[in-house]
Design a protein around this ligand. Structure first.
Ligand code: ZN
Length: 249
């Protein structure tokens, strides 16, 4: 009898209430965070390094670069990140990358497009950091491609999918030192064809990735694109490592 009393369910019950991807509490709108996760997420705001976008603790003036960019300039022109890579954003990114929570891409793309204000134009070409085909097969989707698709939608910029490719499978960068990371990704990138390579000639390319750690992957990708004649190569990432937390420099 109890089955009959509860069947059919009310139409509204069929629609899952939106939940915070971190705390799982019910929230009012899809593609948002609950209050705890929202307050724990550190969005990166100016002032930051004019080159790599690492947040500064104080205002040093327009376009000032951080000590590591001055000592060893990266091969990309400018990089900007939406949030600091910390416990809160790590939880979100792990769900996005490894738990098939691809719907998070919509929220992340909004954040990335916002971080790219002043950097993205309608003629920019957004190119995700590619996965090697073997890893793509194992993971079933390239998280950076999802971010690039969403960011293109938000900004009206052009999108390049499958033209800039990873020629060589590289071990994950996670456990490697700064120098080893550089060696690991050297020569890892290329183009699907000569036609694909030609598309980047004279272009303003914006690489899209999920996390910036040392910048070695983005630098290697930027080098390959510049060799193909790209006029400028910037990078937009969801999160970046900031040793010592926000405004450490
Ligand atoms: Zn810098």
């Amino acid at each position: 009898m109890s089955f009959l009393r509860t069947w059919p369910p009310r139409a509204l019950d069929l629609i899952l209430p939106p939940r915070c991807p971190v705390t799982q509490e019910e929230i009012t709108a899809q593609h948002m965070l609950g209050p705890w996760a929202w307050s724990a997420t550190h969005f990166i705001e100016e002032p930051f390094c004019g080159r790599c976008g690492i947040p500064f603790a104080a205002e040093y003036g327009e376009g000032v670069e951080c000590p590591s960019c001055i000592a060893e300039p990266p091969d990309f022109d400018r990089a900007r990140a939406a949030v600091v890579y910390d416990d809160a954003s790590h939880q979100l990114i792990v769900r996005f990358k490894h738990s098939d929570r691809t719907e998070l891409a919509a929220m992340f793309a909004r954040w990335i497009a916002r971080a790219g204000t002043g950097l993205i134009t309608r003629s920019s070409v957004l190119a995700p950091i590619p996965l090697h085909s073997r890893r793509l097969l194992a993971r079933r989707y390239n998280q950076s491609a999802l971010l690039a698709q969403g960011t293109a939608k938000h900004s009206g910029a052009k999108l390049s999918l499958g033209e800039f490719v990873r020629r060589r499978a590289t071990p994950p960068q996670k456990e490697l030192s700064r120098e080893a990371r550089k060696r690991n990704v050297a020569g890892a990138f290329g183009f699907r064809s000569e036609v694909a390579r030609a598309r980047f000639k004279g272009a303003h390319v914006i690489l899209i990735d999920d996390v910036l750690t040392t910048g070695a992957t983005l630098s290697a990708a930027a080098r390959t694109l510049k060799r193909a004649g790209a006029a400028q190569v910037d990078a937009l990432v969801l999160a970046r490592v900031v040793k010592g937390g926000v405004g450490a420099i």
